[in-house]
Design a protein around this ligand. Structure first.
Ligand SMILES: [Mn+2]
Length: 317
């Protein structure tokens, strides 16, 4: 549906419950924080739920501390709104709660979005935060400094700080308006890209030591198991961004990260420089995402899982 119609429907809702995707990133959280602040700025009510815990690096935004687990919600809201979630699976354990409301909204920028809500607004932009900015404009809500900082968080993180090929003039023009409204881009970029806890740095070096190459060095694979994470005193969410390093290597076309989720269940992340559409590969295994960045879950023994995903990538090289 058109953004005008989507905004028109949502505007009528006095209380909304916002759903982030599991293993939340800066984009889904930036959307949720901005939407919550915006709703509150006009005297309405908004709460945020996420099926996973929120990484501590987002604590600098006060709304991060208000995010709760979907199971703790007993209240009724006028609408349930999913942000940056391409499928029901991305909402995770929160999906049964999400779908329990008859007024469901889905605003997202993933090409693979399955339009699972009553009202769906999907547009292929670099970040979902750009769409939330558009939504707020259409609701007649101005993005103040706080909202602008939240939206810049998603735009900055989903574009690799404006370095990915997904950046368009519209991305820059939204970012420019947010900066004009008082948003502090430097602060966001510093927090997300230029600082990290020691435990993450230790884990990173350990994981890079175990990097393996396949298919004439066109595929680089990193593997992260639970024990490595524990040994370094790190947490799973700290592995976000590790995959950028193998992809940066000259000659590597696809980088793969294999993260132990549960015993014999691995979360696969895929990044491509462009020759391979990794969204197709992830979809084959029940996941999804974008052409250049996607993910899925594969069950089995580590070596079998690794062989399966390397074979699937090799077939496309
Ligand atoms: Mn996103």
């Amino acid at each position: 549906m058109k953004i005008e119609d989507f905004a028109e429907k949502l505007k009528k809702c006095g209380s909304i419950l916002i759903f982030c995707h599991q293993r939340p990133d800066g984009d889904t959280l930036g959307c949720a924080f901005a939407l919550k602040k915006a709703w509150e700025s006009v005297g309405k009510r908004a709460d945020i739920v996420c099926a996973s815990s929120i990484p501590s690096k987002y604590d600098y935004i006060d709304a991060a501390k208000t995010v709760t687990d979907p199971v703790s919600i007993t209240e009724k809201y006028d609408a349930h709104v999913a942000v940056d979630c391409s499928t029901e699976n991305m909402i995770g354990d929160g999906y049964s709660l999400f779908s329990s409301n008859k007024n469901t909204f889905n605003i997202d920028h993933h090409v693979s979005n399955t339009s699972y809500a009553k009202y769906n607004y999907v547009e292929n932009t670099a970040s979902c935060c750009e769409l939330v900015y558009k939504l707020l404009s259409n609701c007649g809500i101005k993005a103040d400094k706080t909202i602008s900082d939240c939206l810049l968080l998603g735009i900055s993180t989903d574009t690799g700080n404006f370095a990915h090929s997904n950046v368009t003039k519209d991305t820059l023009s939204v970012a420019s308006e947010l900066v004009a409204n008082g948003g502090n881009l430097h602060d966001v970029a510093y927090r997300m890209f230029k600082s990290q806890p020691k435990a993450r740095a230790l884990l990173y070096t350990k994981i890079l030591n175990g990097m393996r190459f396949f298919h004439d060095d066109k595929i680089a694979v990193i593997s992260i198991n639970k024990k490595d994470i524990e040994d370094c005193g790190a947490t799973t969410d700290m592995t976000e961004g590790f995959i950028d390093f193998p992809l940066s290597i000259d000659g590597v076309e696809v980088a793969v990260s294999i993260l132990e989720n549960k015993p014999n269940a691995y979360k696969i992340s895929l990044r491509s420089k462009g020759i391979v559409n990794v969204n197709e590969i992830a979809t084959e295994f029940g996941g999804g995402g974008h052409i250049l960045a996607s993910g899925c879950l594969i069950c089995g023994f580590y070596e079998d899982v690794k062989d399966k995903i390397v074979r699937a990538v090799s077939l496309r090289l």
